[in-house]
Write a protein that binds this ligand. Structure first.
Ligand code: NAD
Ligand code: LMR
Length: 409
């Protein structure tokens, strides 16, 4: 397994990050060069001891809302290597609001008591600049969840500002190879706000979660067709993580066959499957008295694992900045299908869109425009110009590759 991942990890760390070639951080360089065994510290935490043969540099991973429901399911899975790899050492950066710090201490105690071998250190704080220092992966979960009767966009007034502040802090202190995954609702627009306030980074590095909706759709389709879940592929979730989202199985396959042909029930697709997925979050809240947590944590792990390690030819849906394709305004964080080669994504372009799909996609586009207009005060003016540049770069990359895909790095 010492492989491309190890080489990439080493390169990223040395070229970009907290292990910059400084003698105080790499003491072995002075005395022993890279021969023999060495001990390596990062920010005072011993992150490696050995010969370096199979060494993967430690990654700093931040999770906000770390004392919340989702985090309680999520943190043990990250710490156990299910997301970034069973050989990937990590330092966990857990962020909370001041009033939740004592609860967070309890979570830290439990993580310590799990004795996860991959966890090299835990930073627990309410200070954004301390919490985001040197992080390469930031999972932005911390935000208010909706309660029964609310739509997710009703959370904008309470949550949007959180993501502006977090964007600014990430901009100042995060590692150069930062990737951000926004989960806190309304996730798409929060991702846009965060990216807009972190101008040091390419906006394409900021993603918002619709994987839960993809998983929900995939489960329903497998149930309906009587097949195994991994046999369903190419489900697409378009648009906003909201009741206007469009779970689309036009392009989906079951064991390589057209899912629509296998299911052969358009009425079920339009009148049962689509509304059920659109309303599933509300259904869970009604039944549980709290919003989905274990399934949200599972979706975070699924998406980030696929993104980080690559998902082969499987399609993943994720909210990313629109590059203007599919008639979506440039710079809206709109969920589209992508392929994940490992460490970045490629948009799947030129899919044929039927009239029904186009009208569903348009509803979600309109809603995202409304959300963007409601938070204009949190979006710096220069952001529009930056989006244009990002698009130019990504179109140049895709035409250079002679592919029908756009690439984000
Ligand atoms: P929760 O209330 O159990 O936990 C949220 C935690 O975030 C709390 O501990 C709170 O103190 C903390 N928090 C609030 N503001 C913070 C800030 N500025 N910095 C750091 N921490 C902060 O909620 P939850 O069930 O864990 O859900 C979290 C968010 O995820 C909600 O907005 C929810 O709607 C959203 N969600 C999104 C999806 C999705 O698919 N995108 C799925 C499920 C839930
Ligand atoms: C979900 O889809 O379950 C979450 O976004 C929580 C919610 O508010 O529905």
């Amino acid at each position: 397994m010492a492989s491309l991942r190890h080489c990439r990890g080493l390169w990223n760390q040395f070229a970009n990050n907290n292990l910059a070639l400084k003698p105080d951080r790499l003491p072995f360089l002075n005395n022993h060069r890279v021969k023999g065994n060495f001990t390596l510290f990062s920010r005072g935490v011993q992150i490696y001891k050995g010969s370096g043969k199979d060494w993967l540099p430690t990654l700093h991973v931040a999770v906000t809302g770390a004392a919340g429901q989702i985090a309680y399911s999520l943190l043990p899975r990250i710490a156990n290597g299910e997301m970034l790899g069973e050989d990937q050492p990590i330092v966990l950066h857990l962020l909370e609001v001041p009033q939740a710090l004592s609860k967070l201490q309890g979570v830290v105690m439990e993580l310590e008591d799990c004795a996860f071998p991959l966890v090299q250190g835990i930073v627990a704080t309410d200070d954004l600049r301390k919490g985001f220092a040197d992080v390469s992966v930031a999972l932005l979960v911390g935000a208010k969840p909706r309660s029964q009767g609310m739509e997710r966009k009703d959370l904008l007034s309470s949550n949007a500002n959180i993501f502006a502040e977090q964007g600014k802090a990430l901009n100042e202190v995060a590692a150069k190879d930062l990737r951000v995954f926004v989960v806190g609702n309304p996730a798409n627009t929060n991702a846009m706000i965060c990216a807009a306030n972190a101008p040091r980074f390419n906006p394409e590095r900021f993603m918002s979660m619709t994987r839960l909706d993809q998983n929900r759709t995939q489960y329903m389709v497998a149930q309906k067709a009587g097949c195994k879940i991994p046999e369903v592929d190419r489900v697409v979730v378009w648009g906003n993580h909201s009741a206007t989202q469009y779970p689309d199985i036009t392009h989906a396959r079951i064991k390589g066959e057209s899912a629509r042909k296998v299911i052969n029930d358009e009425k079920w697709i339009r009148e049962v499957m689509i509304p059920k997925v659109q309303q599933r979050g509300a259904e869970v809240i009604k039944a549980r008295g709290a919003s989905s947590a274990a399934s949200a944590a599972a979706a975070i792990v699924d998406h980030m694992r696929d993104y980080w390690h690559g998902a082969g030819d499987r399609w993943c849906s994720v909210g990313i900045p629109s590059d203007g394709t599919y008639g979506i305004d440039e710079g809206l964080w709109y969920s589209v299908p992508v392929m994940c080669p490992g460490g970045h994504y490629r948009r799947i372009l030129n899919l044929p869109i039927e009239e029904f799909s186009a009208s569903m996609m348009e509803k979600s586009r309109k809603e995202l425009v409304e959300e963007r207009d409601a938070v204009r005060h949190l979006i710096p003016k220069e952001f529009g110009e930056k989006m244009y540049t990002a698009k130019k770069n990504s179109s140049a990359a895709s035409s250079a590759a002679g592919k029908k895909t756009a690439t984000s790095k």
